[in-house]
Design a protein around this ligand. Structure first.
Ligand SMILES: Cc1cc2nc3c(=O)[nH]c(=O)nc-3n(C[C@H](O)[C@H](O)[C@H](O)COP(=O)(O)OP(=O)(O)OC[C@H]3O[C@@H](n4cnc5c(N)ncnc54)[C@H](O)[C@@H]3O)c2cc1C
Length: 423
């Protein structure tokens, strides 16, 4: 599909799927139908549903699915670097992430789950050889999991410059003190490492103050205080931890890319990760619409199918329209990441980060409604999907922060034009 585009940055948009992407799409869809979706109930029955996170276990079925996916070549599909992953572009990966988004358990099956994907991207781009050997290698193999510790309970963390946790250099060590929360994945029995962001140079310009440090979770001074539930759900066995770091002392070689580069790494980390979330949101929206349509045709009230009652035709039509619009915007953002890079695609990435979870949230909500009481029961995946997607409007930056960035970039064009005119 070729479209003209009225922008200086990209004159022709090409969303055509390559043969490689097309082949992956067909095979991945079949794998999801045959292996992943039917395994959801077993996975849930093998979990330990308890707030006592130390009792959480990795469901054995997940390890079976991972082995099967790896053998079938569906492994680390998110990494564009051939040396580490499948060598797919963002545009090629977009429809695959959407397919994975249809099931909450799928991303881990393919080693494509957050926050490991973002953490692996950081390590590929910025880590030393020794750091890659110690952490990237087992992450790529799906042998360990990781967490990303940036958000803090005591400050408005949507503004990363508010961060208070420290990563101070003392001799040949970096010393960490602070408290983080919403550290996703830290409760997983396989989680062995966290990437921690802290202030190193408090007096420096705000974008060169922070460092990112690799922390082995068994380092003295690291204490997981509790798991924070979202809408009452713990998202076991991953969880979202509140973690204290008290005088955690690590050799300097645990800092990624050197002191003061934390902000730069954080910016690079969130580009691809954000659109992966959006792609998966669309998969969740598709599944919700699928369930909505089937339910609305299979139940009868007041002498008609539910589909025929009230404004339900409009609900279905609007859902289809919204998904198609959001998909086009996602593909555009992915395509721009491939062609002009994450910096050039900044506005589009934020646009889709606002749009995709909101579209999915609305459709999941409508699917819940048409299911009646069953919609909020554990018999359908809708309640769980709703909780996940609603949280996504906060994770990786609240909607408002992305809107602020989009507006800033939009206004910049006018400010630049005014400056040029007055020159
Ligand atoms: C399920 C889940 C998983 C998460 N996983 C991780 C993780 O793995 N690692 C991690 O570090 N963090 C994680 N987070 C944290 C998430 O990134 C933060 O919650 C988010 O960045 C917002 O920070 P905050 O909670 O401190 O909200 P605050 O910064 O206090 O903001 C609260 C609200 O203020 C308003 N606001 C803020 N800025 C603006 C603005 N510019 N314009 C208008 N209104 C504004 C918005 O309504 C915003 O929602 C996760 C969060 C959730 C819910």
């Amino acid at each position: 599909m070729l479209l003209s585009w009225p922008s200086d940055r990209c004159r022709q948009v090409d969303f055509a799927f390559s043969e490689k992407a097309q082949s992956y799409r067909q095979r991945l869809t079949a794998f999801m139908q045959e292996s992943v979706l039917p395994a959801e109930k077993t996975y849930s029955s093998q979990l330990r549903h308890t707030a006592e996170w130390r009792q959480w276990v990795q469901p054995p079925i997940m390890e079976e699915l991972k082995a099967k996916a790896r053998a079938a070549g569906f492994w680390n599909l998110f990494l564009p670097e051939k040396e580490y992953g499948a060598g797919l572009t963002n545009l090629e990966y977009a429809p695959l992430a959407e397919i994975m988004g249809r099931s909450p358990i799928a991303p881990e099956v393919f080693n494509c789950n957050a926050p490991d994907t973002g953490n692996m991207e950081v390590l590929v781009k910025y880590a030393s050889e020794a750091q890659k050997q110690r952490w990237l290698k087992p992450l790529l193999a799906g042998e360990i999991r990781s967490a990303f510790c940036m958000t803090e309970p005591d400050v408005a963390s949507s503004d990363a410059t508010n961060m208070r946790a420290t990563a101070l250099i003392e001799g040949n060590e970096v010393v960490l003190n602070g408290r983080k929360w919403w550290s996703s994945g830290i409760g997983h029995p396989h989680c062995k490492v966290a990437i921690y962001m802290g202030v190193t140079f408090a007096a420096a310009e705000k974008h060169v103050r922070h460092s990112m440090v690799l922390i082995p979770l068994d380092a003295p001074g690291v204490n997981i205080e509790r798991m924070v539930s979202a809408f009452g759900m713990y998202d076991e066995p991953f969880g979202h931890g509140e973690v204290s770091f008290t005088n955690v002392r690590l050799p300097l070689d645990h800092i990624i890319a050197g002191p003061g580069r934390g902000f730069e790494i954080a910016q690079g980390r969130l580009g691809p990760g954000r659109i992966h979330h959006c792609m998966r949101s669309l998969g969740a929206a598709e599944r919700a619409l699928d369930l909505l349509c089937k339910r609305s045709l299979s139940r009868v009230a007041f002498g008609k199918t539910l589909a025929e009652l009230g404004g339900n035709y409009d609900v279905i039509a609007n859902a289809r329209i919204a998904i198609e619009q959001a998909r086009l915007l996602t593909l555009k953002a992915a395509w721009m990441m491939d062609t002009v890079g994450a910096k050039g695609a900044m506005s589009e990435i934020s646009q889709i980060k606002v749009v995709a979870p909101s579209v999915a949230q609305t459709i999941i909500d409508q699917a819940i409604q048409i299911h009646g009481g069953a919609g909020v029961s554990p018999d359908f995946p809708l309640a769980e999907m709703f909780g996940y997607i609603r949280s996504l409007r906060l994770a990786d930056g609240p909607d408002e922060v992305h809107r602020a960035l989009i507006a800033k970039l939009e206004l910049k064009k006018y400010k630049n034009a005014a400056t040029a005119q007055s020159a």
